[in-house]
Design a protein around this ligand. Structure first.
Ligand code: UDP
Length: 328
């Protein structure tokens, strides 16, 4: 039996495909390649297309023996989602609706869904637990929460079992350097700092140093992308074993400030990375740290690369050898 991975050419999706391959699983990828990279997909049958293309989904489900889906395909830029909310509802919510509908029709009963810490909005406390209030502060988080709810009701009505994984800050790369992170435009802190280390940017702009944190900069919980990948596999295994739906946070439970991340990048790369102060970025909560106790207890998930040094070293290894990402 095979696993269908939607968005398997993207950053987290492609690392999950790699991890599933390493576990000996047969993988099928559906990706529209709007943001993903075909070179990131290795050892998988590949379909290029949209989730809303129901006849393509029919073809995928009828011509392959698929018993589970891991669903990444989505637009995922917070700022862009504020500017183009309808695009986000169409691609994320309506796209997922078509996928779920076709899963029900083809009797595929298990789905692991790529959700986000953005479903919480401004947390009421840290570390954040799964039963804390979910009040997203942007359309991106809201679309992910809407999909979680669609999955919950689909379980009740059709017995479709789901695990929703709320990621904190995904970072790092395949330790062997085969694949890594390549976004255009890049908005994430660690790749931006490493681009500065490579001389591709003059400096790093720190978005605000007047937050109520020790050094005034925002604190985030960085989690290695391959640890995220492993959690998807454990979630699938749990679904098959217990047939119970669930929601889990995925983070390290430790927070690092923007300044600490830049310092770690300086240490790992050995480069003087210039940083300048800039104004706050809209919608940034001061501190986001996950409690992943539930994932650890119920999924048996233990991050293999929990330190920021390891995360940055693997990212640096990728960026150093692929300064232009997947572009040859
Ligand atoms: N950040 C920054 N400069 C940048 C990019 C990001 O200061 O050029 C900050 C951002 O404001 C946030 C943290 O770094 O506090 C992590 O941002 P990222 O976009 O990587 O992830 P997010 O927390 O938004 O998911």
């Amino acid at each position: 039996m095979a696993i269908l991975v939607t968005g398997g050419a993207g950053y987290i999706g492609s690392h999950t495909v790699l991890y599933l391959n390493q576990q000996g699983e047969e993988v099928i990828v559906l990706d529209n390649l709007q943001k993903g990279h075909i070179d990131a997909v290795q050892n998988a049958k590949f379909y290029q297309g949209e989730l809303k293309n129901e006849s393509l989904l029919d073809e995928i489900f009828t011509s392959n023996q698929i018993n589970s889906v891991i669903h990444f395909a989505a637009n995922s830029l917070v700022g862009e989602s504020v500017e183009k909310p309808l695009e986000y509802y169409e691609n994320n919510v309506i796209g997922s609706y078509h996928l779920i509908k076709k899963m029900v029709e083809h009797n595929v009963k298990n789905i692991v869904f790529s959700s986000t810490a953005a479903t919480y909005g401004n947390p009421v406390k840290v570390p954040i637990q799964e039963n804390d209030p979910t009040v997203p502060t942007n359309p991106y988080g809201d679309t992910k929460l809407a999909i979680e709810k669609m999955l919950k009701w689909a379980d009740g009505a059709y017995g479709l079992k789901s695990v929703c994984l709320r990621y904190f800050n995904a970072a790092g790369a395949d330790p062997e350097g085969k694949i890594g992170e390549d976004h255009t435009p890049e908005s994430h802190l660690i790749p931006i700092v490493l681009q500065a280390a490579l001389g591709q940017r003059e400096n790093v702009a720190i978005f605000g140093d007047d937050y109520p944190t020790e050094d005034g900069t925002c604190i985030r919980d960085y989690i290695h992308v391959l640890d995220l990948a492993a959690a998807h596999y454990l979630a699938l295994k749990k679904l098959h074993e217990t047939e119970e739906s669930g929601v889990y946070n995925l983070g390290n439970g430790t927070g690092f400030s923007v300044k600490q991340v830049i310092d770690t990048c300086r240490k790992v790369t050995g480069k003087d990375i210039a940083a300048i102060m800039a104004t706050r970025r809209a919608g940034d909560p001061a501190v986001l740290i996950a409690s992943s106790e539930k994932a650890q207890t119920e999924l048996g998930w233990i991050p293999k690369y929990p330190t920021l040094e390891e995360i940055v070293s693997h990212a640096w290894n990728w960026h150093k050898h692929h300064p232009n990402g997947y572009q040859k």
